[in-house]
Design a protein around this ligand. Structure first.
Ligand SMILES: [Cu+2]
Length: 282
């Protein structure tokens, strides 16, 4: 065995899988970039397989095995690992991506390593049982995340309050077409519901999304994908020109939160702000 070549080939294969997995976690089937990421992942996996064959000439894999089965293996492993990693964020997609990936990796493994060497019966028994377990676990996770609101974002930092008490604190945020929130910085108290009133004085739609910096950036990426546009989240309120809309929100933990508008181009133009959440005063 050629050791350096073997090392490079394993690097290529794992890089390939992680690219394919990344395409899943960053919105496969939704953006052109994800498609190219996945294609690159498959290609580099095949490079890895080719190098592996060159470094290991004793192994009796044909070029068909290396290339055709390599495609199945890289997609399968990418689906499985990417789907698992992104399960809480997109349970509906992961619930089928993970079992499909598992089945593909199983098939590829059998065709590549097992065919003619292991009993078909034992592979079938293992395949059926393990796939059934993976499907069951995926369906369970799907229902778990659906119940716990993992519809793309975790909201453990806050929750929409259902009833607006008359004594509730309010913050009035005006927006117009200068792409600024006014005020752009405001304060709230942790654990205390606040009524956020969005006043749109502009001529185009505006919205207000609140969350941690990380969630806001994740939301920005999501909005860049045409297929996920129009998703409604509980941490979001939008107002048409001349309209007033409101959202009652409770920030659970103190800290710095962000707000932003994701109408096309607005966030990029600077339509964002900061919310300082201070500990509750007793
Ligand atoms: Cu806007």
């Amino acid at each position: 065995m050629n050791f350096p070549l073997g090392h490079i080939s394993s690097l290529c294969k794992y890089t390939g899988i992680s690219f394919t997995a990344g395409a899943i976690t960053h919105g496969f089937f939704s953006g052109e970039r994800s498609f190219w990421t996945a294609a690159f992942g498959i290609a580099i996996y095949l490079v890895g397989g080719t190098l592996e064959k060159i470094s290991n000439p004793d192994k009796d894999h044909s070029w068909t095995d290396v290339l055709a089965i390599g495609i199945v293996a890289s997609i399968g492993l990418g689906f499985f690992t990417g789907g698992l990693q992104h399960f809480p964020d997109s349970p509906a997609r992961s619930s089928w991506v993970v079992p499909v990936g598992f089945a593909m990796s199983l098939l590829a493994m059998y065709l590549m390593e097992g065919k003619g060497k292991v009993k078909v019966r034992s592979v079938l028994i293992y395949g059926v049982i393990s796939l059934a377990l993976v499907i069951a676990a995926s369906l369970y996770s799907l229902s778990y995340f659906n119940e716990h609101g993992g519809d793309g974002h975790s909201h453990d930092h806050g929750a929409p309050a259902q009833v607006a008490a008359p004594s509730m604190k309010e913050v009035r945020i005006e927006v117009d077409d200068t792409m600024r929130f006014s005020p752009a910085t405001w304060e709230a108290q942790a654990g205390e519901p606040i009524r956020i009133i969005l006043v749109n004085k502009g001529k185009v739609d505006h919205e207000l999304v609140i969350g941690t910096e990380k969630e806001i950036i994740a939301h920005a990426k999501e909005m860049a994908n045409p297929s996920t546009k129009g998703h409604h989240h509980t941490n979001e309120v939008s107002a048409k020109p001349g309209q007033v809309a409101e959202l009652v929100w409770t920030f659970k933990k103190p800290g710095q939160y962000a707000m932003a508008c994701f109408e096309p181009g607005h966030y990029e133009a600077g339509m964002k702000g900061i919310i300082n959440v201070v500990p509750k005063k007793h």
